[in-house]
Write a protein that binds this ligand. Sequence first.
Ligand SMILES: *Cc1c(COP(=O)(O)O)cnc(C)c1O
Length: 389
Amino acid sequence: MADESGTGPVTGPVLAALEAIFAGAPRPLPLHAPSLGPDESREVRDCVASGWVSYLGSHVAAFESELQRICGCAGVVSTCSGTAALHLALLAAGVGRDDEVLMPPLSFVATANAAAYLGAVPHFVDIEATSLGVCAQALQAHLTAIAAPGPDGPRNTLTGRRIAALAVVHAFGHPADLDALAEVCAHWGLPLVEDAAEALGSLYKGRHVGRHGLVSALSFNGNKIVTTGGGGAVFSDDAELIARVRHTASTAKVPHPWESRHDEVGFNYRMPALNAALGLAQARRLDGLLERKRALAQRYAEIFAAMPGVRFLAEPPATRSNFWLNTLVLENAATRDGLLAAAREAGFGLRPAWELLCDLPMYAGCPRAALPRARNLQPRLVNLPSSPG
Ligand SMILES: *Cc1c(COP(=O)(O)O)cnc(C)c1O
């Protein structure tokens, strides 16, 4: 059925489905637009009126406790971006210069960049088809083949470098198989770090993602389920680790009423109160946003269920996904570009999956396992319009 012209047989039916679901919606329809209303305006106005628009004042603490309530975790540190949160999370996990960080190749570039900021090297491992997250079996097999236990964690016998952590990604909001991955980490003595940037509100076996390892990162950039304009957060159940992250997230100043003394390199990655005010209003509305996103995902699931040539990516077993970005898996990669072009023409914001991190110029020389599933799936993935509006 592959069509050499690029307009494969799925284009017509998929566009007809989008027309049916979004009849009457204004075009172009973006991939994911924030839902902002009177609550957001009121909180931001309150923040301005208070005069505390920067790092002090009540909005940052209020936003952090709202996140803590949502995730059920011991501590949260808000940051100026999700990338900054990942950087601090990997630092807190002990990642340093010339270490390797295991991660999936299917992710936003920030996962790899955060390792690079620390002088560490991404080491790519394959994904599985259900969640698009790291495959625990493939990871275990790969480590058995290339790693040897060392005094401070496993060593990559091919490069001689220490393997310092596993960073998993909950792709498009779907939780990775955390129990299986945590078991591999325990076997090898590896800290588990969750890049939960896309997964606020997603549950794995009834528990919020980001609490199955040592430390996690969230993002609140403009297209995430909750936005602060730009921002992120580190969260963990380890209160002592959170205290360390809070120290490095600011200027690492030693508490004192007037002396200005700093005891390590701090990053000043704090979230300004203006952004936290927006996030506070958004986070309070999370349940409603999740409901609307789930209803849209259900619509997609129904309409694509009987359509040949495509599979709607369902939430993995024993999870509850936030359906951040609804995803279609095409049977035939050759049908993708024709679909993307026709959808753009019709005013629908469809997007292909990220290019694999292992193929980007700055990470092309990084160590990697065999990546057959990532290679097979990436060209077949298409993200669908997913705004909660
Ligand atoms: C959005 C995102 C981040 C962080 O992005 P920022 O734009 O820095 O907030 C990190 N990892 C993944 C997988 C993401 O989708």
